[in-house]
Structures are given as C-alpha cells and as structure tokens.
Ligand binder design. Structure first.
Ligand code: FAQ
Length: 318
C-alpha cells in the first residue's frame, strides 16, 4: 500500500463514521478542513462564554438582594467553567489555549455578537438570562449531537447548567412585571433592546451562511441557523405573553402553514458591524480581557514553575 492509499483509506473511514453517525474522537484521522472548522467554531464558542461574563459581572455588586447576588455569581462562574470545557475540547484538535487567546486578541477569532451590547439596568440581567441563555440553549441542545465527541460531551453538561441560567433570567423578568410601573417599563425596555440581537445570535440566514454546507456534510451542525431561530422565537413568544411583555416586532404573526411565527426583517447591517468590531462595547470588552489577561500572567507563571519543581522532585526520587 502506498502512502496515498493509506491516506485515502483513512479518510474513507472518517466519511463512513460520519455517515453512520459515530462520534469522531481526537485520535481518529480527520480531514484538515474538518479540524480547522471545529477549531474556529469551538474556540469562538469558548471566547463567547468568557467574554459573556463581563456584562453580567458588572451587576454582581449591584444585585438588589443577597439571594439575587448569590445566584448571579453562581451563574457567572458557570459561564467561566463552560469556557474552560470548550477550550479543553478545542485543545484536543491540536491548538493551544495560548494560541486561541492570541487569535481573540488579534481579532482573528470572533465571539458572539450579543456580548457587545451594554447591560444598563438590573432588567438587562433578566433579559440576558432569559433571552441570551435561552437562545444559547436552543443552539446547544442541537449541538449535543454534533459529530465531534469532546464537543458533544461538553454540550451535554453545559446544557444542564444553561437551563438553570435561563430560569434565573425569566424569574427576574417575571418579578419585575409584577412590580411597580417603573419596574415594568424597565423590563420592557430591556426586552426591546435585547430581542433583535438575540435573534442575530443564530447567525445569518441559511442562504447567507458560508459555513453551513460543510457543517451539515460533517454533521457538525444538526439544525440550520434559521430552524433554530424559529424554534427560539416560538417558545419565547409564549413565555413573554405569560408575564405580560411585548415582543418589539410589529410583523410578528403566527403562520399556520409553516407552524412557526413570521417575524420582521433582522438588521444584518448592524450584525456585521458588531461582529466586525464596531459594536457599542467591542473595544471595552477586548481591552478588559487583555488587561486582566496581562495582570493574571503571574498566576500562570507560578503554576508552571510549581509544575516544573514537582517534576524535578519526582525525577530526583526515581
Ligand atoms: N456572533 O456561516 P455562518 C452563550 C459569524 S454562548 C458572532 O452561519 P457558523 C452562553 C461566523 O463565525 C453563545 N459571529 O457560521 C452565555 C462566521 O464568521 P467567520 C455562543 C457570528 O459557524 C450566555 C460568519 O458569521 N454560542 O451565549 C455569529 O456555521 C449568557 C458566517 O456565519 C456559540 O458559539 C454570532 N452570533 O454558524 C454566556 C454556539 N453568527 O467565523 C454568558 C456554537 C455567525 O467565518 C452569558 N456556534 N457568526 O469569521 C455555532 O453554533 C455556530 O458557530 C453559529 C454560526 C450558529 C453561531
């Protein structure tokens, strides 16, 4: 067998595994394009979790009660943990965490559009939990069946935690809607500002999504951007109705034939501006991440020095 034959055989094995719906594991042979596609998606997902801690972090000291503060703190810690599972999953594909952070800082790697908007009031914390985590869950539930084993297993755990996050946000909104007129207005205002960016989280329409072709062929994506967006809208409209919030879309209408809500046009110019680095908070988010990364370098250095010392000790003992 020539090297080319072996290569062809290994890639055939990969295609067959995908066809059967078997998981691809780190030691399996995979096409380079599959590996790169996953590194892009998983690292962007990880960066989103970590950058997503910033808008909520601003509210820890301003939470209205001790209970609300404890819950918010636990939620934000979870998001940091999600980032860590995802960085670890991406590392199994042959990229280091340092390289991923470098790509984030240089602008090569993206993170979710949604975290470039400011959290102006306590109701925004409700809207983030309810809408942003709600949108993230819809996407992540479908990714539990993604073809790459480490990514799919990370999703299973993450989804369990996200459903608690979504309830945390919904509880805040429900409480505010039972409160004073000012509190109700604050909740509606947060809804108005977070609704459209939340719909953008699912990415461009299927017809405009350059990565979807490969993503479906390799079973990385199990549902399309538009299908997931529709699922999110359908369930969220009902939740909004229960607590008396209005969806800020005059064109929102149930379509009996499609079995989904029709919605008004999404502002894709805004979406591309935001993911291109020109959203309201992009600079602030990146500067904060870079500063904290630099300030925390000593922790990494200390951990590395300790590991080296321990290894030397073990070596001396042997
Ligand atoms: N934001 O061809 P497609 C969370 C980019 S986790 C920014 O459709 P694809 C938890 C895309 O990268 C939220 N960029 O791409 C939490 C590509 O650009 P590129 C994160 C976006 O990958 C809650 C270009 O547009 N979740 O919130 C976005 O097939 C609360 C063309 O797009 C995930 O990352 C966007 N929204 O589909 C934390 C889920 N959408 O890379 C804290 C995993 C698209 O060529 C607090 N990711 N782009 O330069 C996915 O499922 C997919 O990557 C999609 C995009 C669906 C996001």
């Amino acid at each position: 067998m020539t090297t080319t034959d072996i290569h062809t055989e290994l890639l055939k094995n990969f295609e067959e595994k995908i066809e059967r719906g078997d998981a691809i594991e780190p030691k399996d042979r995979m096409p380079d394009a599959y590996r790169k596609h996953l590194i892009r998606q998983i690292s962007q997902h990880a960066h989103s979790e970590v950058i997503g801690m910033q808008p909520e972090g601003n509210w820890i000291t301003r939470a209205p009660t001790l209970r609300a503060r404890q819950i918010l703190l636990a939620k934000i810690q979870d998001e940091g943990g999600h980032g860590l599972y995802l960085y670890s999953a991406a590392e199994t594909l042959g990229i280091s965490r340092a390289e991923m952070i470098e790509q984030l800082h240089s602008g090569k790697a993206k993170y979710s559009n949604i975290f470039n908007y400011p959290a102006l009031t306590w109701a925004d914390i409700g809207a983030i939990g309810w809408l942003v985590d709600g949108a993230a869950i819809v996407n992540q539930v479908s990714l539990q069946r993604t073809s790459y084993g480490p990514y799919s297993r990370a999703m299973v755990r993450i989804c369990k935690e996200e459903s608690f996050h979504q309830r945390q946000g919904y509880e805040i909104m429900a409480k505010m809607m039972k409160g004073t007129k000012e509190q109700q207005e604050m909740a509606q205002d947060a809804m108005n500002r977070w609704w459209w960016p939340s719909l953008m989280m699912f990415g461009p329409h299927d017809s405009e999504s350059p990565h979807s072709g490969d993503a479906f062929r390799w079973k990385i994506k199990r549902a399309s951007n538009d299908e997931l967006r529709a699922k999110f809208i359908d369930k969220t409209v009902q939740q909004a109705e229960v607590i008396g919030l209005t969806i800020p879309d005059n064109e929102l209408k149930w379509n009996e034939e499609r079995g989904h809500y029709d919605h008004g046009p999404i502002n894709w110019t805004e979406f591309y501006e935001v993911i291109g680095g020109n959203g309201p908070c992009n600079l602030q988010r990146m500067n904060h991440h870079k500063r904290v990364h630099d300030e925390g370098k000593w922790v990494l250095e200390a951990a590395e020095a300790w590991t080296k010392k321990r290894e030397q000790k073990l070596f001396d003992l042997n």
